[in-house]
Write a protein that binds this ligand. Sequence first.
Ligand code: ATR
Length: 281
Amino acid sequence: MNPDAPIRLAVIGHPIAHSRSPRIHTAFAQQLGLSVDYQAVLAPLDGFAATVAELRTRGWRGCNVTLPFKPEALTLATQASPRAQLAGAANTLGFEGDTLWADNTDGIGLVYDLVAARFALSGKRVLLLGAGGACAGALAPLIEAGAAEIRIHNRSPDKASALVERHLPLARRHGVNLKTLGQLDGGAVYDGVINGTSAGLGGQALALPSGLVKPGGWALDLVYGPAAEPFLSWARAQGAQTRDGLGMLVQQAAEAFALWTGQRPDPTPVLEALRAEANTA
Ligand code: ATR
């Protein structure tokens, strides 16, 4: 193999034109002085596995995976990380000889971003809203970060129960009190609230009571841009510190980049650049 050839990487999704991943990974490569060719690849809805196979054959080192292919990505793996198995989905694939490894860096990206924001997790009471794919990706790393208590509330309670059930052994190992929460009551018991529902993406606001989060607590939405606004403006009205999901996006990318290249970029300047671009757009 030509040692001067760029490291070839990609993000595969459907749709894909909106993806910030090429921008983020190109910035990481520049920061570390690495030659990286990172492309956005649109896969047909019934052609994800074939698209992965083609990149692999053509010498790609790995790829990120976004909607709607994350669960399918996990099924292609010959080796899957425990956090990807618990999530039931992979956002990062790597190709090394006969091995196709799968990982999920979304949740650890969230935890790193909470640390960067100085939103305390360890020993705290945390409420997670939603029980879909985004929440499934986040839960294991949240447990491992040592929250005292995690409650999961979802519009469809059965999905919250299934998510809790699957994570109970991990929660017990880490001494985390993990349960579902049926009714949302104000009572200011939560130090932090994470919105992992897709309500904002559909232009809907969640019906949340006042006093859910402690004054001076924190709230984070897993999405960014206008979709995060309904939840974050509710949280600001509660006196909470707020953060959108852009930091998590950059942090999950940094973790994937480190898995592929063995070198960890500094996410902070890349996040600052993205925020500056958003403000001038
Ligand atoms: P994603 O991959 O973005 O997580 P998903 O797996 O479809 O998407 O999950 C969407 C989550 O947002 C679910 O928890 C969903 O609740 P249901 O399980 O009851 O469907 C939640 N959600 C979406 N729209 C919502 C709304 N208007 N109010 C409350 N919850 C909503």
